[in-house]
Design a protein around this ligand. Structure first.
Ligand code: SF4
Length: 432
C-alpha cells in the first residue's frame, strides 16, 4: 500500500494511551505500518488532551511542529483527535488550515475509515461512545498496562469540561472488560490498572447498581494478573463491598486513587463535589487502615479563603495519603467555575501549591523511613545509568514515587522480584 506509514503523537492521560493503542491495532489490520520517524512518515495523528492549560499548550505545540514538517513534505497528512479536537475544532480550522481532519472523543475508532476515504473531514459529533478494544496493540514491553472500563462522566464538577467533551457516563459490559483483560493477560500483562473518568460509578447505567466490586472480582479470577489496581475512584460511590473486595482479594492491590480535590465544605460545594469528603476518607482509613491512598488536589479555586486553605493543609498533614498530585486552579472558558467571582491571584495559588507540597514531602519522608527494612515484591521498569527503577503494589505507574536499586544480573526489566528497602532519597526509596 502507498502512503501507508502512520505516526502517533499521544498526549495526556492513560485513557488517551489506551485509545491510541486500540486505533493502532485498527490501522495494522488495514495494512498500514506504524512509524516512529516523523520525518519519513505519511500520516501524523495527534491525539490531544485539554485537561488543563499546560496540556492544551502542549497539544498546540505538537500541532504546530507537525505543520512545520508539512512545509517540507506537502504530501504529509495531519489529523487531530481527542479532547482538544472536540473542544476547539472550529477555532483550529481557522488557526491551522494545514490540518486534514478532526475526530472527536467518541468516534476515534472511525478514523481509519475516514482516512481511507482520503478526504478532509471533521467528525466530532458523537462524544460519549465506548470504543471497542478488540484490536488493541500494546505500546509497552513491560507487563503493565491500563484497562478502560467506562467513558464519559455524569458528575458536573464546576472546574471540569470533561463531560462536555466526553459525554455522559457509559459503562462497558463485564464481559467486554474481562474479554479484553484475558487477551491482555495472554499477551503477557501482569499488572492491570483500572481506569475511567469515574471508576466507582461502574455499572450504574447498564446494571442499575454500582458494580465495580463485581467487575474486580471477575478480573481477579484471571490468574496471570498479579496486580489489579484501582484508579480514579469518585469519593461518594466507594462502597463497603468495594473496599472489602480490595482488602481481601490477593491479586487486587491494597491501593486506591481517590481524587478529592479539596476538603473544605464551602470549596467542595463551589466545586459541586461531595461535601462529606472528609468523613468518607476518615471512615476508609478507620476501617481499612493499611490501604494505600492516592489523591489529587486543586488549590486556589475561586473563593478559597485562607481558612479553607488552612483546613486543607491541616488535613494533608494528617498523612492519610501516601501520594498526592497537587494542582493550582486554572480557568477554562467552558467550565462553570469560569464565571465565579473572587478569583485567587496566581501568586497566592503558587504559594498554596508550595505549602501543600512541603507538607506532603514531610509525610513522604516519614512514610519512606517506616519502610526501611521491609521486603516487597517489585516490578523493575526502567534503567538509568547503573540504577533500576522499580515499583511495589503501593506505587502506581507514571504518577507515584519509585524504588531504586543498583543494576545487577538478578534484576531483569519486566520480571517481578523481591527487594528489601535500605534507605530513601527524597521521594524515592532505595533498595538492595
Ligand atoms: S468526576 Fe468531576 S472532575 Fe472527574 S471527569 Fe467527572 S466532572 Fe470531571
Amino acid at each position: 500500500m502507498k502512503n501507508n506509514k502512520v505516526s502517533f503523537i499521544t498526549l495526556g492521560c492513560s485513557k488517551n494511551t489506551v485509545e491510541a493503542e486500540s486505533v493502532i491495532g485498527l490501522f495494522l489490520k488495514e495494512g498500514y505500518e506504524i512509524s516512529s520517524d516523523l520525518s519519513k512518515t505519511d500520516i501524523i495523528i495527534i491525539h490531544t488532551c485539554s485537561f488543563i492549560q499546560d496540556a492544551q499548550a502542549e497539544s498546540h505545540y505538537q500541532i504546530q511542529q507537525a505543520g512545520l514538517l508539512k512545509q517540507k513534505n506537502k504530501d504529509l497528512k495531519i489529523y487531530v483527535s481527542g479532547c482538544l479536537a472536540q473542544l476547539l475544532q472550529e477555532k483550529m480550522q481557522k488557526d491551522y488550515p494545514f490540518i486534514d481532519g478532526y475526530v472527536g472523543t467518541g468516534n476515534f475508532d472511525k478514523i481509519v475509515k475516514l482516512i481511507k476515504k482520503n478526504k478532509s473531514f471533521a467528525d466530532t459529533s458523537c462524544a460519549g461512545g465506548v470504543n471497542t478494544f478488540k484490536s488493541r496493540v500494546l505500546s509497552t514491553n513491560l507487563p503493565s498496562t491500563y484497562i478502560k472500563i467506562a467513558e464519559g462522566c455524569n458528575h458536573r464538577c464546576s472546574y471540569c469540561i470533561i463531560p462536555n467533551l466526553r459525554g455522559n457516563f457509559v459503562s462497558r459490559t463485564i464481559k467486554s472488560v474481562t474479554d479484553e483483560a484475558k487477551a491482555l493477560a495472554d499477551a503477557g500483562i501482569q499488572e492491570l490498572n483500572v481506569i475511567a473518568q469515574d471508576t466507582t460509578s461502574y455499572g450504574i447505567d447498564i446494571y442499575g447498581k454500582l458494580s465495580l466490586a463485581k467487575l474486580l472480582k471477575e478480573l481477579a479470577k484471571i490468574k496471570q494478573l498479579k496486580w489489579i489496581r484501582l484508579l480514579y475512584a469518585y469519593p461518594s460511590t466507594i462502597t463497603k463491598e468495594l473496599l472489602e473486595t480490595i482488602y481481601e482479594t490477593e491479586n487486587i492491590c491494597n491501593y486506591i486513587d481517590i481524587p478529592i480535590q479539596h476538603i473544605s465544605k464551602s470549596v467542595l460545594k463551589n466545586m459541586k463535589r461531595p461535601v462529606n469528603t472528609r468523613k468518607i476518607i476518615e471512615d476508609i482509613k478507620k476501617d481499612f487502615p493499611n490501604i494505600t491512598l492516592r489523591t489529587s488536589l486543586i488549590t486556589g479555586f475561586p473563593n478559597e479563603t485562607e481558612k479553607d486553605f488552612k483546613e486543607l493543609l491541616s488535613f494533608i498533614k494528617q498523612n492519610y495519603f501516601e501520594h498526592i498530585g497537587i494542582f493550582g486552579y486554572s480557568d477554562q472558558k467552558l467550565a462553570q467555575s469560569y464565571k465565579l467571582k473572587n478569583k485567587i491571584s496566581q501568586q497566592i495559588i503558587e504559594k498554596r501549591v508550595q505549602l501543600l507540597a512541603s507538607a506532603q514531602f514531610k509525610n513522604v519522608i516519614k512514610n519512606n523511613k517506616e519502610k526501611i527494612g521491609e521486603t516487597f515484591e517489585v516490578l523493575p521498569e526502567s534503567v538509568s545509568g547503573n540504577k533500576i527503577s522499580c515499583r511495589a503494589y503501593f506505587q502506581a505507574p507514571e504518577i507515584d514515587n519509585t524504588i531504586i536499586v543498583n543494576k545487577s544480573k538478578k534484576i531483569e526489566l519486566g520480571k517481578f522480584t523481591e527487594i528489601t528497602v535500605k534507605d530513601y532519597k527524597d521521594y524515592d526509596l532505595i533498595a538492595k
